[in-house]
Design a protein around this ligand. Structure first.
Ligand code: ADE
Length: 258
């Protein structure tokens, strides 16, 4: 399966950051396609106006509904021409701090869709009527305000692409990561064995795979307990195995005596 992304943005070049580099750069053009649509090219005045002052007053500018609607429609039409329309097809996502918070579950849910239109706003926002008319979902990448939706759209695309089959060299990579298991990752080490006086944990040099696996699980549980008690609580609600309980208690005892 491939995924089609159509991004409506005043700054299409920003998307080079994901289409040209690293994992998402290599996957570009085969497991996913990305096409940008600049609302400035859908204006009909000489100034190519895309924004105006807010009704009711206040600072900043608001993006005009009309050029955005034309750009979103062009994006939808491209996806429909590819047979990706209809109720199980294209969804339009507006990136904004008012949206539903992005997390692993939301990523997995959206990854079931064959195509997305992502709408990146600038300035103080977008005319609400455009959002009501065109957006199926509103998504936030966190409780802070970015200068525009582009970085948020790229965060979302990166998360979606890297978990598609065949994108990461080793399919285990995506499966073993934090949030898939409901736990944080265990710590990683590579050469040299001693770095600035700090040694690699002995167990990792033992060659005993069962011991290594247990140690890693224990580190994941312990770190989640220390750093993300909210995540651990959920994990416990869903039921820890006897082994996991034992490893966590051992970690907690060692932590408390240190
Ligand atoms: N646009 C501005 N801030 C944002 C955020 N936190 N998430 C998504 N889109 C945004």
């Amino acid at each position: 399966m491939t995924m089609e992304f159509d991004v409506v943005t005043l700054f299409p070049e920003m998307f080079d950051a994901i289409t040209k580099y690293g994992v998402t750069g290599r996957a570009n053009g085969n497991v996913y396609h990305l096409q940008t649509w600049n609302p400035r090219q859908f204006t009909d005045d000489n100034y190519h106006t895309v924004d105006d002052r807010p009704y009711g007053g206040g600072p900043g500018m608001v993006m005009l509904a009309k050029p955005l609607e034309k750009a979103v429609t062009a994006a939808r039409n491209r996806q429909e021409a590819k047979g990706l329309g209809g109720i199980n097809g294209t969804k339009v996502i507006y990136l904004s701090p008012q949206g539903r918070s992005l997390n692993h579950d939301v990523v997995m849910e959206l990854s079931q869709l064959p195509a997305l239109v992502l709408l990146a706003g600038r300035y103080e926002g977008v005319d609400e009527r455009l959002i009501e008319r065109q957006a199926d979902y509103e998504i936030s990448i966190g409780d802070y305000v970015l200068s525009g939706g582009e970085l948020a759209a790229m965060v979302l695309i990166d998360c979606l692409v890297r978990q598609m089959p065949g994108v990461l060299g080793d399919p285990e990579s995506a499966r073993q990561e934090s949030f898939t298991s409901g736990l944080l990752d265990f710590p990683q080490y590579t050469r040299p064995e001693v770095y600035q006086g700090a040694v690699v944990p002995e167990v990792l040099m033992s060659g005993n795979h069962a011991r290594i696996k247990r140690w890693r699980l224990q580190q994941s549980l312990g770190r989640t307990w220390l750093r993300r008690p909210d995540m651990l609580a959920l994990k416990i609600e869903n039921g820890l195995s006897g082994e996991e309980k034992k490893l966590l208690e051992e970690f907690q005892r060692a932590y408390e005596t240190n």
